[in-house]
Design a binder for this molecule. Sequence first.
Ligand code: NOJ
Ligand code: CA
Length: 689
Amino acid sequence: MKQVFLLFLVIAIQAQSFANPDYACSSPDGSLRLTVSHNDAGSLHYSLLYKKLDVIKSSMLGLELSKPKLSLSKFDITAVDSLIFDESWKPVWGEVSSIRNHYKQIRFTVKEKSKAGIVMQIVFRVFNDGIGFRYIFPEQAAINHFIIADELTEFNVGQNHKAFWIPGNYDTNEFPYNITRLGDIDAEKANDIDDGLSRESLIGKNAVQTPLMMKADNGLYINIHEAALVNYPAMHLLIDKSNFNFHTQLVPDAYNNKAYLQAPSQSPWRTVIVSNRATDILSSKTILNLNDPSVITDPSYIKPQKMVGVWWEMHVNKSTWEKKSGKHGAYTENVKRYIDFASLHKIDGVLVEGWNVGWEDWAGNWKENVFDFITPYPDYDIDELTAYAKSKGVKIIMHHETSGSVSNYERFMDTAYRYMLNHDMNTVKTGYVGRIIPRGEHHDGQWMVNHYVRVISKMTGYKIMLDAHEPVRPTGLHRTYPNWLACEAARGNEFNAWSKGNNPEHETILPFTRLMGGPMDYTPGIFHIKLNQFDTSSKNQVHTTLCKQLALYVTMYSPLQMAADLPENYNKHLDAFKFIEDVAVDWDDTKILEAEPGDYITIARKEKGKGNWFVGGITDEQARKSVFKCDFLDAGKKYTVTIYRDASNADWKSNPEAYTIEKKIIDKNTELNIPLAPGGGFAISIIPQ
Ligand code: NOJ
Ligand code: CA
C-alpha cells in the first residue's frame, strides 16, 4: 500500500521588507541549496549549491512569447509559498519496489511587468539529489491562447566541465556519445557521421541534447534533463563557450514557433541531478518523482517481459522485411521456429517485423501512407500463428512501423489496436523512421510529443503495452503510463549490424544519459559477435564480448528486454543463454556497486518477489577487475552463484566470444574479484540455497 505523509509547512524564507530579497530553499537533508534572486529590473535568477560547491551559477528564468508578442522576463513577485512533501509510492514495475518522493518546494506567483500583466507561477522542488522547476500558466484572459517563441531558462554551469554529449538535432538521438570539455563541443562535426541515416535537423555548432551528463573538476557529477514532457517541445541546450552558460533551445515547428498553449497549462520540469558520487546519479528517482502518478487503475495486464524476434535476421541481411526480395523473414514457419525457441526457454514474447504489406515502399522509396497495420503478407498466416503461439504459451508482439507517416497512423490507431486484441496481442513496438508527415514537424517537437502521449493514452484504453522506437527521448512518463514499457530514443545495438557501430564505452554512458529518462529497448544479447555470417563481405561487429552482452540485461535497465540474436546462434551457446533465460526483468531492489561514466558500471538487482540476485558488470575498451563485497545478500544464507565471465584471452575485437562459466557457493561476506576483458563484462546469477 502506498503511504502518503503530506506536511504543509510555510517556511519564512526572508523578510519581505528588504528590497529584492533572495529566497532560499534547501533539500530535506540540507546538501543542496537553491537560491532565487529578484533584481531591481524584475528579472528572476536561480542558482544551486551542492555542499557549498557551485552546481548552477546565477541563471535566468523566463519565456519569450510571439503571441501576444512580449517577453515574460520581468516580474513582480506577488506571493511565495513553500511546503515539504514526503511520500513513498510503489511503481507497477521498476528497479526498486518502493520509491521515496521527498522534497521541499518553493513556489513563486509572479506578475509580468508589462501592460498585459500575465500571471505565472514558477515552482521549484529541491530533492536530496537534485532539483526540478517548471513554469505554470494559470487560467486568465490575457493568455487564453499563446505561442511560446523561446524559453529563456539558463543552466549556467560556469566551468569547463567534462561532458558526455550528443549533438542537438530535432529528429534523431541515435548518435554515438562524444566525451569532451564543454569548450570543445563541436556539434556540427559530431552530427556528420556516415551511417546512412538522415541527420538534417542539426541545430548548430554549440547545441547538445539532454540528458546531458557532466563531470566537474571538483568531482561533482551533474545531469541536466527534463521530466514530464507533455504538450511542449523537447529542450536542447546551447552552450555559450565564453562563460559555460547553457541557453535553452526548444524544438520548433515549420513556422519556428515552439509551443502553442492555452492556459491553464505548464512547461515540463527542468531537472538538475547532482552528487559527488557517480553511483547516486544512476540511482536517482527525481525524474520519476516529478511525473504524475499512474493513471492506470487496473495494472494487472502490464507485464515486464522478455522477447525474441524475427528482427536481427533482417538487420544482418539474412532476410528482409519486404517480400519482393524473395528473402522475406516473417513467414509462418519461420515465426513458429521463434515461438518454439521462446516457449522452450521461458521467453514471453516473439516480435515479428515485416509481417504486414507495405515494406516494399518504405525506406528507400519513402512512399507515404504505405501501412494500414491490419493486412498481413500472404505468407504470414496470422490466424494459424495466433493459435500456435497460444498453444505454446507465448505472445506475439505487434510491430507498427509508421515510416514517419504519423497522420496515417493516427487514422488507423483504433482499428490497429482492435486487430491486435482480436489476435491475442497486447504489446506493440512502434517506429518513426524517416521525416515526419505532416511535413515541417519534427520527432521532438510539440506536435509529435502530443502524438506519443495520444498513442499511449489510446493504448491505455485498450490495455496495450508500448515499446516506441525513434520517439522523443523519455522524461519519466512511464510513472504515469506504466504500460509504456520502453523506448529506443538512442543509438541501440542495431547500429553494430549495419554501421561503424557503438564503441565499447557506449553502454557505460547510456545509463548516465538516455536512461535517466526511462528504460531503453537496447536489444542486447548478441552472441555471434562478428557480423559476416550472412554477408561475408561485412566487416561489422558488435563492439563487446559475449559476456558483456549478458551483463547488459542488468546494467541497461528495462522491463522489456530482447534476446536479440537468432535462435540458431543461441543454440550454439545454450550454457551462456541460461543467464538470459534466468535473469529477471522486474526488481525489488537495486544496488549500484560501482560506476564511472565512459568507463565502467557494476549493478546488483534483486528479483521482484524472490530471493534471487543478478549482477552485471561492464567496462569500456580497457580491461579491468571488478572487486566487490556481496554484502547486499541476506545474513546467514548460502547462495549458489553462477559467474559468466570473459575467458582470460577474450577481447572484444580479436576474441569476443570466449567465456567461462563457474559455479560456487557464497554468502554475504564473500568478496568477488572478476576480470573483465577489453570491451568485456560479466553476469552473475545468485540463487538462495
Ligand atoms: C528502426 C528500429 O529501431 C528497428 O528496430 C526496426 O527494425 C526498424 N526501424 C524497422 O522498423
Ligand atoms: Ca532506431
